[in-house]
Design a protein. Structure first.
Length: 95
């Protein structure tokens, strides 16, 4: 599954430690979103806003790795599907 990331998962060393492998990341821009209020008072979250954009990366993760990211993101986020160019990806947004 393709996952658009914009926060802690931008760090390649952290990704490798979490997934026990080097995860390739493709730079990407999510259109019509911007950073919104912090989640839990300290973590970035994004919200839909026309004309804005969020820079990040697309990761290609297996089901086990997606389960891991779900646990890391916790109850403060949910995954939704979005289009980025020709790709349909998942992204975490605040609940």
């Amino acid at each position: 599954m393709k996952l658009f990331v914009y926060g802690i998962f931008l760090d390649g060393g952290l990704r490798e430690a979490i997934f026990n492998r080097e995860v390739q990341a493709q730079p990407a821009t999510l259109e019509n979103y911007t950073f919104g209020p912090l989640v839990y008072g300290r973590f970035k979250g994004i919200v839909k806003r026309n004309g804005e954009k969020v820079e990040g990366m697309i990761l290609d993760l297996n089901d086990r790795e997606i389960d891991t990211t779900d646990r890391i993101e916790g109850n403060g986020y949910r995954r939704i599907g979005v289009g980025i160019g020709r790709d349909y990806v998942q992204v975490y947004v605040p609940v």
